[in-house]
Design a protein around this ligand. Structure first.
Ligand code: PLP
Length: 443
């Protein structure tokens, strides 16, 4: 049975590992910076990409290689490159296909850090990002110009968890000769195979559900291996590259490497020369996390649905967004694509607005107040005063972020305990104050 016939659960445990001379069952951590060349000819071949092999850990590492191969198989792609963080993965993906004077068209409902990277940093490097409302795929088409190099979306966007129609936007990208980059962090390959829907380049922040335990930073780029870089829009792939011996990435690579030109350029140009490398220890942590990804995503999704259903009945809750709620604006679209669950994120608004939201966060038990998602433990955040506070009030509202919004990353605790913790802080302010008295009277 060949590896790619195995089911997701099996690949999550086995893909990418070749048992080495030590017979170690666990994937060994190779804490090394560099690798011996067998001869000068071997060294020359490695540098010329005539032969693939280890040179230096900034570029590749045997532990990281297992992680990369595993994610490649889970995503159904052709090659992956792991980096120091999800943020670095996004930046390195963009500068692999765009340079000063170029444009990217992006959904506007992005992770806060990505929004700032696109809105404030890329333009300073001459790469202009046009933001559009993802809800109408034609908005992307209208924003495309001769300078556009790629479209960018997230599968489930911040902050209101709108599900994005990946397939429709992939169609727009492809009929315009452009690749679609999808940040799939919120769905992971277990909930959604974005490459099946047309994604050409997939980004996952390993920090979140793939790692799953809030214990390290990492990101990974997966190249689907089928975008035609020779369509005329990507001179970085068809003109001689001064960053790599004048190689024309889409033209000169030998056959087995030709389909993964993008992943190879990520590795040998920005990763090699800018150095946002992942540590092999972190790669090991993520390999360990991925082993249980399917089990965890099922429980995250079940718990999140129960919490969302409970909140939507609660008298102190103004509104709830969860793509798995039958009356959610995203449900129809999301339920077509997401067959294994709707993920671990729930957002809601409290009656009483900003003040009430802040109070809840200061008083809630069990939920950890911090700026992360995808931990095994449940997390809570008030984006308006934290992760999205960099945005102007107008930008916040444009991306759907209201002052009353509370974001939950639902963990793997028992759902009854999570619901109880929410109930405790969702009481009207008066009854919280008078709690001891009313309890006394009831007795
Ligand atoms: C966390 C996150 C990122 C950034 O990943 P880091 O590993 O924190 O750099 C990007 N996109 C999404 C959707 C995220 O949740």
């Amino acid at each position: 049975m060949s590896e790619n016939k195995y089911h997701f659960e099996t690949l999550a445990l086995h893909a990418g590992q070749t048992i080495d001379a030590t017979q170690s069952r666990g994937v060994p951590v190779y804490r090394t910076s560099s690798y011996l060349f067998k001869s000068t000819e071997h060294a020359a071949n490695l540098f010329a990409l005539k032969e693939l092999g280890n040179i230096y850990t900034r570029l590749m590492n045997p532990t990281t290689d297992v992680l990369e191969q595993r994610v490649t198989q889970l995503e159904g792609g052709a090659a992956s490159v792991a980096l120091a963080s999800g943020t670095a993965a996004i930046f390195n993906a963009i500068i692999t296909l765009a340079e000063a004077g170029d444009e990217i068209v992006s959904a506007n409902n992005l992770y806060g850090g990505t929004y700032t990277q696109f809105d404030a940093i890329l333009p300073k490097l001459g790469i202009n990002v046009k933001f559009v409302d993802h809800k109408d795929p034609l908005n992307f088409e209208r924003a495309i110009t001769d300078k556009t190099k790629a479209l960018f979306i997230e599968t489930i966007g911040n902050p209101v968890l709108d599900y994005t129609d990946v397939k429709a936007i992939a169609d727009v990208a492809h009929r315009n000769g452009l690749p679609l980059i999808v940040d799939a962090t919120f769905t992971t390959p277990y909930l959604l195979k974005t490459i099946d829907l047309g994604a050409d380049i997939v980004i996952n922040s390993l920090t979140k559900w793939l790692g799953g335990h809030g214990s390290g930073l990492g990101g990974i780029i997966t190249d689907a291996g089928r975008f035609n870089w020779k369509g005329g829009r990507h001179p970085l792939f068809t003109e001689p590259d001064s960053n790599y011996h004048g190689l024309r990435w889409a033209i000169d690579l030998p056959e087995p490497l030709a389909p993964i030109a993008f992943a190879l350029r990520v590795r040998t140009v920005p990763l090699r020369n800018l150095g946002a490398s992942i540590s092999p220890d972190n790669s090991w942590i993520f390999i360990q996390g991925i082993e249980t990804l399917p089990l965890r995503m099922i429980r995250h999704s079940e718990n999140a649905l129960k919490v969302a259903e409970h909140l939507s009945q609660h008298p102190e809750v103004a509104w709830v967004r969860y793509p798995g709620l039958k009356n959610d604006p995203s449900y129809t679209l999301a339920s077509k694509d997401l067959k294994n669950g709707f993920g671990g994120m729930v957002v809601f608004g409290v009656k009483g607005g900003y003040e009430a939201a802040v109070k809840i966060i200061d008083n809630i038990k069990l939920f950890s107040h911090l700026a992360n998602v995808g931990d095994a433990k449940s997390l809570i955040l008030h984006p308006a005063s934290t992760s999205h506070s960099q945005l102007s009030a107008e930008q916040q509202l444009q991306s759907g972020l209201s002052p009353d919004l509370i974001r939950l990353s639902i963990g793997l605790e028992h759902s009854d305990d999570l619901i109880e913790a929410l109930n405790e802080v969702l009481q009207p302010v008066e009854s919280q104050k008078e709690g001891w008295l009313s309890k006394l009277i009831k007795k």
